[in-house]
Design a protein around this ligand. Sequence first.
Ligand SMILES: [Ca+2]
Length: 295
Amino acid sequence: MTKLSSRALTVTMATVVVIALLTSLQFVVSVEAFNPATDILFEYGAEATDVGDIPKPPFDIAGPTGSGTSHGYVRVSDEQVRTGSKSVKFYQPPPVKSDAERRVLVREYSSGTQDMYFSWWVYFTDSMTTQYSWRTLGGLTLRYGNRAEGAWEYRSTIRFAVRGSDERICARVDYLFAPVLSPPSSDYDEFYSDYTLHDLAGTWAHFQVYYKMSQTPDGILEAWINNELITSKTGRITDPRGDPRWESEGCYWTYNDFPYLSLAIYNEPTEPECWCYVDDMVLSTEKVPESYGVE
Ligand SMILES: [Ca+2]
């Protein structure tokens, strides 16, 4: 009886050891999946730019876009940082805002690839929790079409926005050939997270999206907040060249044949003055872990 119990105990302990080994192996593998030396396509943590300057190396857009004069800006700041001593401040002035002032954003068109993650951290201030409106926070976007004025007709996206009277953060997917202009896109899904702007105000929140382009039904669109998966759309065509409309409508790319990164506060002209901070923006061929910061 004693011998049997001892054997059972030994087997149990061996099982525990094996499970522990497997768990630690999995941990090692998941950590090693991200190698900054080989996986990073683009990163920016504001450390090499002077406070008050426009973020460098240059984004294709860094600041207000759209028409009208603007007192809004995107500037390097030392007021709130996640890593190092600087971050990027997005600022919108009080109402009534010009078109330019309600579109404060950065975009970078050139560093991507057709299978990549975009990771960034945002510090929402209380100034952003007093409002209710549609608001783009950022993500990855493909643009294409056949219009003479730069092929802005269609988009496919995986990005974050804010919705509803409780200012809930959601991941929004625009599927292939979603119209950019009127009529508004109808071919999209929004996946609500448990987070509201109010929940996240005063903390650094981690956003990450994954866009795997494919002309056959094995494309992937995914989004996480603080490493919590908000949506995972798999088994879809995610490259417009895999859709017959690419040929029939004579489409071409607006920028490149891969998604571009964008970050923004983008809301209505009547919204109050608001600002937030962004740090540690990374485009990567592997998922970026929570512990990574841009030196
Ligand atoms: Ca930084």
